[in-house]
Design a protein around this ligand. Structure first.
Ligand SMILES: CC(C)(COP(=O)(O)OP(=O)(O)OC[C@H]1O[C@@H](n2cnc3c(N)ncnc32)[C@H](O)[C@@H]1OP(=O)(O)O)[C@@H](O)C(=O)NCCC(=O)NCCS
Length: 172
Protein backbone atom coordinates (compact mmCIF):
# COMPACT_ATOMS: atom_id res chain seq x y z
CA UNK A 1 0.00 0.00 0.00
CA UNK A 2 1.50 3.29 -1.12
CA UNK A 3 -0.29 6.62 -0.80
CA UNK A 4 1.18 9.49 -2.78
CA UNK A 5 0.29 13.10 -3.43
CA UNK A 6 2.67 15.82 -4.56
CA UNK A 7 6.00 15.49 -2.74
CA UNK A 8 4.61 13.26 0.02
CA UNK A 9 4.62 9.47 -0.14
CA UNK A 10 3.38 7.12 2.59
CA UNK A 11 4.61 3.52 2.49
CA UNK A 12 4.68 0.57 4.89
CA UNK A 13 7.30 0.73 7.63
CA UNK A 14 10.13 -1.77 7.19
CA UNK A 15 12.76 -3.29 9.45
CA UNK A 16 15.24 -1.16 7.48
CA UNK A 17 13.64 1.96 9.04
CA UNK A 18 14.61 1.01 12.60
CA UNK A 19 17.67 3.29 12.87
CA UNK A 20 15.76 6.22 11.39
CA UNK A 21 12.85 5.84 13.84
CA UNK A 22 15.06 5.29 16.88
CA UNK A 23 16.95 8.44 15.90
CA UNK A 24 13.71 10.41 16.42
CA UNK A 25 12.54 8.43 19.47
CA UNK A 26 15.88 8.86 21.23
CA UNK A 27 16.14 12.59 20.47
CA UNK A 28 15.94 14.06 23.97
CA UNK A 29 14.40 17.25 22.65
CA UNK A 30 11.29 15.29 21.66
CA UNK A 31 11.29 12.97 24.63
CA UNK A 32 8.87 15.25 26.47
CA UNK A 33 6.23 14.83 23.76
CA UNK A 34 6.18 11.02 23.76
CA UNK A 35 4.38 8.99 26.37
CA UNK A 36 7.15 6.37 26.51
CA UNK A 37 10.57 7.38 27.81
CA UNK A 38 13.89 6.94 25.99
CA UNK A 39 16.05 5.02 25.47
CA UNK A 40 14.34 2.94 22.79
CA UNK A 41 16.32 -0.12 21.68
CA UNK A 42 16.59 -1.70 18.24
CA UNK A 43 15.90 -5.26 19.47
CA UNK A 44 12.78 -4.12 21.38
CA UNK A 45 11.65 -2.06 18.41
CA UNK A 46 12.02 -5.00 16.05
CA UNK A 47 10.08 -7.41 18.22
CA UNK A 48 7.35 -4.74 18.67
CA UNK A 49 7.22 -4.49 14.87
CA UNK A 50 6.00 -8.10 14.61
CA UNK A 51 2.83 -7.36 16.59
CA UNK A 52 2.47 -3.84 15.19
CA UNK A 53 2.41 -5.25 11.67
CA UNK A 54 -0.56 -7.43 12.59
CA UNK A 55 -2.61 -4.92 14.56
CA UNK A 56 -1.76 -1.43 13.32
CA UNK A 57 -1.25 0.54 10.16
CA UNK A 58 2.37 1.74 10.41
CA UNK A 59 3.64 3.94 7.58
CA UNK A 60 6.80 5.88 6.86
CA UNK A 61 6.41 9.43 5.55
CA UNK A 62 8.76 10.25 2.69
CA UNK A 63 9.17 13.81 1.44
CA UNK A 64 10.85 14.19 -1.95
CA UNK A 65 12.02 10.56 -1.58
CA UNK A 66 13.70 11.22 1.79
CA UNK A 67 12.47 9.64 5.03
CA UNK A 68 10.73 12.38 7.01
CA UNK A 69 8.72 10.62 9.73
CA UNK A 70 6.13 8.08 10.78
CA UNK A 71 2.34 8.09 10.68
CA UNK A 72 0.12 5.43 12.21
CA UNK A 73 -3.22 4.06 13.23
CA UNK A 74 -3.24 1.88 16.34
CA UNK A 75 -5.86 0.31 18.63
CA UNK A 76 -7.99 -0.30 15.56
CA UNK A 77 -11.42 -1.31 16.82
CA UNK A 78 -13.70 -2.45 14.01
CA UNK A 79 -16.50 -3.30 16.47
CA UNK A 80 -16.87 0.36 17.43
CA UNK A 81 -15.25 1.71 14.27
CA UNK A 82 -12.58 3.81 15.91
CA UNK A 83 -8.78 3.96 16.00
CA UNK A 84 -5.99 5.98 17.54
CA UNK A 85 -3.77 8.27 15.44
CA UNK A 86 -0.09 9.12 15.81
CA UNK A 87 2.46 11.13 13.85
CA UNK A 88 6.06 12.26 14.29
CA UNK A 89 8.54 13.99 12.02
CA UNK A 90 12.32 14.23 12.14
CA UNK A 91 13.27 17.72 13.24
CA UNK A 92 14.52 18.99 9.87
CA UNK A 93 11.12 18.23 8.28
CA UNK A 94 8.96 20.06 10.81
CA UNK A 95 7.09 23.31 10.20
CA UNK A 96 6.79 22.79 6.44
CA UNK A 97 3.24 21.51 6.18
CA UNK A 98 4.43 17.91 5.72
CA UNK A 99 2.55 16.67 8.78
CA UNK A 100 -0.64 18.36 7.59
CA UNK A 101 -0.35 16.96 4.05
CA UNK A 102 0.57 13.45 5.25
CA UNK A 103 -2.34 13.37 7.71
CA UNK A 104 -4.78 14.58 5.06
CA UNK A 105 -3.68 11.88 2.61
CA UNK A 106 -3.86 9.24 5.33
CA UNK A 107 -7.32 10.24 6.66
CA UNK A 108 -8.69 10.35 3.14
CA UNK A 109 -7.58 6.75 2.69
CA UNK A 110 -8.81 5.60 6.12
CA UNK A 111 -12.26 7.21 6.01
CA UNK A 112 -12.88 6.16 2.40
CA UNK A 113 -11.61 2.61 2.61
CA UNK A 114 -11.92 1.31 6.15
CA UNK A 115 -14.90 0.90 8.46
CA UNK A 116 -13.56 3.64 10.74
CA UNK A 117 -15.94 6.33 11.98
CA UNK A 118 -13.74 8.09 14.52
CA UNK A 119 -10.02 8.86 14.77
CA UNK A 120 -8.85 9.94 18.21
CA UNK A 121 -5.60 10.79 19.94
CA UNK A 122 -4.12 12.04 23.17
CA UNK A 123 -1.41 14.68 23.45
CA UNK A 124 0.30 16.57 26.23
CA UNK A 125 -1.59 19.80 26.90
CA UNK A 126 1.57 21.89 26.33
CA UNK A 127 2.47 20.33 22.95
CA UNK A 128 1.45 23.35 20.91
CA UNK A 129 2.83 22.31 17.46
CA UNK A 130 0.81 19.10 17.69
CA UNK A 131 -2.29 20.94 18.97
CA UNK A 132 -2.12 23.42 16.05
CA UNK A 133 -1.76 20.58 13.57
CA UNK A 134 -4.73 18.63 14.97
CA UNK A 135 -6.98 21.69 15.14
CA UNK A 136 -6.19 22.51 11.50
CA UNK A 137 -7.10 18.92 10.60
CA UNK A 138 -10.49 19.37 12.27
CA UNK A 139 -9.90 17.51 15.54
CA UNK A 140 -12.11 18.63 18.42
CA UNK A 141 -11.19 18.45 22.08
CA UNK A 142 -13.31 15.89 23.93
CA UNK A 143 -11.55 15.70 27.24
CA UNK A 144 -8.87 17.21 29.46
CA UNK A 145 -7.15 14.67 31.69
CA UNK A 146 -5.51 16.24 34.71
CA UNK A 147 -2.03 15.11 35.86
CA UNK A 148 -2.31 12.02 33.68
CA UNK A 149 1.43 11.34 33.21
CA UNK A 150 4.54 11.89 35.30
CA UNK A 151 7.44 13.16 33.17
CA UNK A 152 10.76 14.68 34.21
CA UNK A 153 9.69 15.40 37.74
CA UNK A 154 6.21 16.79 37.10
CA UNK A 155 2.67 15.63 36.43
CA UNK A 156 1.41 16.58 33.00
CA UNK A 157 -2.13 17.09 31.73
CA UNK A 158 -3.21 15.51 28.47
CA UNK A 159 -5.91 16.43 25.98
CA UNK A 160 -7.99 13.88 24.13
CA UNK A 161 -9.19 14.94 20.67
CA UNK A 162 -11.09 13.28 17.86
CA UNK A 163 -12.43 13.76 14.36
CA UNK A 164 -15.45 11.91 12.99
CA UNK A 165 -15.85 10.69 9.43
CA UNK A 166 -18.83 13.03 8.83
CA UNK A 167 -16.76 16.01 10.03
CA UNK A 168 -13.84 15.02 7.82
CA UNK A 169 -16.07 14.67 4.77
CA UNK A 170 -17.51 18.16 5.34
CA UNK A 171 -14.03 19.71 5.27
CA UNK A 172 -13.10 18.03 1.96
C1 LIG B 1 3.42 17.30 15.89
C2 LIG B 1 4.22 17.44 14.62
C3 LIG B 1 4.06 16.18 13.76
C4 LIG B 1 3.70 18.67 13.86
O1 LIG B 1 4.50 18.85 12.74
P1 LIG B 1 4.64 20.24 11.96
O2 LIG B 1 5.75 20.07 11.00
O3 LIG B 1 4.68 21.35 12.93
O4 LIG B 1 3.25 20.30 11.21
P2 LIG B 1 2.89 21.01 9.85
O5 LIG B 1 3.93 22.03 9.48
O6 LIG B 1 2.52 20.05 8.77
O7 LIG B 1 1.46 21.63 10.21
C5 LIG B 1 1.30 22.48 11.15
C6 LIG B 1 1.31 23.87 10.55
O8 LIG B 1 1.23 23.87 9.12
C7 LIG B 1 0.00 24.51 8.68
N1 LIG B 1 -0.50 23.94 7.42
C8 LIG B 1 0.28 23.35 6.55
N2 LIG B 1 -0.41 23.01 5.42
C9 LIG B 1 -1.69 23.40 5.61
C10 LIG B 1 -2.87 23.37 4.78
N3 LIG B 1 -2.87 22.86 3.54
N4 LIG B 1 -4.01 23.86 5.29
C11 LIG B 1 -4.02 24.37 6.52
N5 LIG B 1 -2.94 24.45 7.33
C12 LIG B 1 -1.77 23.99 6.88
C13 LIG B 1 -0.80 24.33 9.87
O9 LIG B 1 -1.82 25.25 9.90
C14 LIG B 1 0.18 24.62 10.98
O10 LIG B 1 0.55 26.00 10.99
P3 LIG B 1 0.90 26.85 12.27
O11 LIG B 1 1.80 26.01 13.12
O12 LIG B 1 1.61 27.99 11.64
O13 LIG B 1 -0.38 27.21 12.91
C15 LIG B 1 5.74 17.67 14.91
O14 LIG B 1 5.86 18.81 15.70
C16 LIG B 1 6.41 16.50 15.61
O15 LIG B 1 6.77 15.51 14.98
N6 LIG B 1 6.62 16.64 16.95
C17 LIG B 1 7.25 15.61 17.74
C18 LIG B 1 6.34 14.40 17.92
C19 LIG B 1 4.99 14.77 18.45
O16 LIG B 1 4.86 15.65 19.29
N7 LIG B 1 3.98 14.07 17.96
C20 LIG B 1 2.61 14.26 18.41
C21 LIG B 1 2.41 13.52 19.68
S1 LIG B 1 0.70 13.58 20.15
Amino acid sequence: MILEEGDVLLRPLSIKDTDFLLGIRNDLEFADEFFSDPPSYDFAHNSWLQSAAKNNIELIIEFKSERAGQIRLTDIDYRHQKAQFGIMLARSFQGKGIAFDSSSIFFEYVFRNLPINKIYLELFANNSPAMRLYEKLGFIEEGHLRQEYFKRGEFKDTIRMSVLREEWEKTR
